[in-house]
Write a protein that binds this ligand. Structure first.
Ligand SMILES: [Zn+2]
Length: 351
């Protein structure tokens, strides 16, 4: 098996790895550089056969962050795209709201530790803890050789047990390890990143001493963080207000343990720019699906001018029509979302 790393070895983002064996090829991720533009051809990797139908058998996506999927629109409809079922559902949900969000149509589902045969390659996904939902590390076997690609992985999220499971029962006899390392060297050796439980505790502290409505900048696709926000809101007697994009993404996870728009203690606010997107795309069904409990603009407006911010970034105001805060991963701007946490749990119905 031969390996060609197109991008990602000397930079964070734009991950793309090409494998070749016995006259066939496989692509692992087709990411956009963090500072790249999907329409900028100068950042396109030099890969033959992306249209499909040739010796390039498939594109395998480890997870849905744009630095791993942001150039997947280059794949033609004849090239199968293997990805997690929930990742595909989230991409579909995001496409209504996020510009340049490509949704593959010729797909093959990945499932945790279920080997997938693609020509001479056998791909075994390992579900991992990451801020993206439904993220996988990938074991690739071909010609008696074994390559393990970690994708993006961490151990301090709410799914940290997956990382521990990987340590307890890793794939063995690996010939080549391609390891994500975007955080290597970013902390002193004696320090660690806070766990989501610790972040939840910090949120509780902030919400307790914050009068009025609190505004939080967070990515809706970071489901662990949304869980932390929901739990912190519940512990402080507040209502968690999501925008419609967040509500749609959370529903797309298909996970009944992740906060949903119809849960007690959750309300949905539809800012103007999302109303415009709904009208443009005709996705009025989203308003029906997430219209159980809505936060009206007058109510938001009455509370927001005098409410201190949880964060110092005022761009997170949900009444803004522009991009909101986003994460380092997949930072399309609009893929981030703003979340309000309203005190006293008052709600209003859509009128
Ligand atoms: Zn990622």
């Amino acid at each position: 098996m031969r390996v060609r790393i197109h991008r990602g070895a000397r930079e964070i983002g734009g991950s793309c790895i090409e494998l070749a064996h016995d006259g066939a090829r496989l692509l692992l991720d087709l990411g956009l550089p963090l500072d790249g533009d999907p329409g900028d051809q100068t950042c396109y990797p030099d890969i033959d056969g992306l249209a499909g139908g040739g010796d390039l058998l498939a594109l395998v996506l480890s997870h849905g962050h744009r630095d791993h999927t942001g150039l997947s629109h280059l794949a033609g409809p004849n090239l199968p795209v293997a990805l997690g079922a929930a990742t595909l559902a989230i991409l579909k949900a995001a496409a209504t709201f996020v510009p340049d969000c490509y949704v593959p149509t010729n797909t093959v589902p990945l499932a945790d530790r279920q080997p997938l045969r693609l020509g001479p390659f056998t791909v075994t996904p390992y579900l991992v803890d990451h801020s993206a939902y439904d993220a996988y590390a990938l074991l690739i076997e071909a010609g008696g050789q074994r390559l393990f690609y970690s994708g993006d992985v961490r151990g301090h999220g709410r799914k940290g047990a997956l990382f521990e499971r990987l340590l307890r029962d890793p794939p063995r006899n690996i010939d080549t390890l391609l390891m994500e390392g975007s955080s290597l060297g970013r902390l002193d050796p004696d320090r660690t990143f806070p766990s989501e439980d610790e972040i939840e505790g910090r949120l509780v502290e902030l919400l307790t001493k914050t009068p009025g409505m609190a505004l939080v900048a967070a990515s809706a696709q970071n489901t662990d963080r949304v869980v932390s926000l929901y739990r912190a809101a519940k512990r402080t007697g507040r209502t968690l207000i999501l925008d419609l994009y967040a509500a749609a993404v959370l529903a797309a996870t298909g996970n009944p343990r992740i906060p949903q728009s119809n849960w007690s203690g959750v309300a949905v606010f539809v800012p103007h720019h999302q109303r415009v997107q709904i009208k443009r795309t005709g996705r009025f069904d989203l308003l029906t699906a997430h219209g159980h409990t809505t936060a009206s603009t007058p109510r938001i407006s009455r509370r927001s001018p005098r409410a201190p911010h949880c964060c110092s970034d005022t761009r997170c105001c949900p009444t803004s029509t522009g991009p909101t805060a986003s994460q380092a991963h997949g930072r399309s701007g609009r893929s981030g979302t703003a979340t309000c946490i309203s005190r006293a749990g008052r709600r209003s119905r859509t009128t």
